[in-house]
Design a protein. Structure first.
Length: 275
C-alpha cells in the first residue's frame, strides 16, 4: 500500500527503530526493495534522487513505484531524496510522491530556512511531510559541515520541517577499506534540541554496531543508496563471467542479491515485523 512517510517514521520514533529509505532508479531495484520489505514484514521508503528521475523519467519511475506499492501488503512511501530546487519539489508532489526532501544544506542558514519553509508549505498543502538537512553530509573527499546543535531549534521552529537530516560524520559514497564513524555525542546534542524525527544519510559505509547506536540515540530514517548500486554492479560483473545472453536471467540475479542486501539492512535497523 502506498502511504506517506510521516506515520511510519513517527511509529519508528516511538518504537525506537529506524525505517530504511532505499534509493531506486528502475523496475528491478524497486521490486527488490519491496520483496525484501514484504519478506521482513517491514514498512519501507523507496526514494529517488534527481539523477534517478533524470535517468528514468519522473512519470515512469513514479508509475513503477505506485504499481508495485499498490500490490504490496506492507506500507510503502515514495520519497524525493535531496531535492535541490523548489520546482523539483513541486513536480514530484504533482506526480504523486508521498514524501519529499528539500536540501538547502549548502546554503547560509538564513537562506536554508527561507527555502525550506517554502518547501514545507508546498508539501503540507498537499498533505505530505517534508524532510530537510541542517549541516551538510559530505561526499567522499569533501569537507563536512557538521550540524550545529545551537541552530537546530531555530531551524525546526522557523521551517516547520517534519524530519531533520543530520550531518554527524557519515559521507555519501564509500571509500574502500574505510568505515565512517558517526559522532554519537553530537547526535545526542542534536536530539536534545528537537523532538522531530532525525535522519541519517550516507549510511552505506557505517558498521552495524554504529547503526544500532545511532538508532538508539534518535535516528528514525536511514538512507541507503551506494550499497545498492555496488551490489547491482558486482552482480552484473559476476554474471558476465557466465556468458549469459538473456537479460532476464541476469537481472533476476541482480534483484535477488539486492533483496538479500536490503533484508540485512532492515534487520539491523530494527524494523522487521513492524508492518
Amino acid at each position: 500500500m502506498l502511504v506517506t512517510s510521516k506515520q511510519i517514521i513517527l511509529d519508528a520514533q516511538r518504537g525506537k527503530y529506524a525505517i530504511g529509505a532505499f534509493n531506486t532508479s528502475d523496475m528491478e531495484i524497486t521490486k527488490a526493495i519491496i520483496w525484501a520489505a514484504e519478506k521482513m514484514k517491514s514498512p519501507v521508503i523507496i526514494q529517488t534522487s534527481e539523477k534517478a528521475i533524470a535517468y528514468a523519467g519522473l512519470e515512469e519511475i513514479t508509475a513503477i513505484v505506485k504499481v508495485e506499492a499498490k500490490k504490496s501488503k506492507v506500507p510503502v512511501a515514495l520519497h524525493l531524496d535531496h531535492g535541490s530546487k523548489l520546482e523539483v519539489i513541486s513536480e514530484c508532489i504533482k506526480a504523486g510522491y508521498t514524501s519529499v526532501m528539500f536540501d538547502g544544506s549548502r546554503l547560509p542558514l538564513a537562506e536554508n530556512i527561507i527555502f525550506t519553509r517554502q518547501a514545507v508549505e508546498m508539501s503540507h498543502r498537499a498533505g505530505i511531510p517534508c524532510e530537510a538537512e541542517l549541516g551538510a553530509v559530505r561526499k567522499v573527499g569533501e569537507e563536512e559541515s557538521f550540524t550545529d546543535p545551537s541552530e537546530v531549534a531555530e531551524f525546526v521552529k522557523k521551517t516547520g520541517v517534519d524530519f531533520l537530516a543530520t550531518a554527524i560524520g557519515t559521507a555519501h559514497g564509500v571509500i574502500v577499506g574505510h568505515t565512517d564513524k558517526p559522532k554519537i555525542d553530537l547526535l545526542k546534542k542534536i536530539r536534545r534540541k528537537t523532538s522531530v524525527p532525525l535522519v541519517l544519510h550516507g549510511a552505506s559505509d557505517v558498521s552495524d554496531e554504529d547503526i544500532k547506536s545511532v538508532v538508539a540515540n534518535g535516528i528514525c530514517k536511514i538512507n541507503i543508496d551506494t550499497d545498492i548500486r555496488h551490489t547491482f554492479a558486482e552482480t552484473i560483473r559476476e554474471m558476465a563471467k557466465k556468458n549469459l545472453d538473456d537479460p532476464r536471467d541476469i537481472m533476476a540475479q541482480v534483484m535477488k542479491d539486492i533483496q538479500k542486501l536490503i533484508e540485512g539492512k532492515i534487520e539491523t535497523f530494527g524494523s522487521k515485523d513492524k508492518a
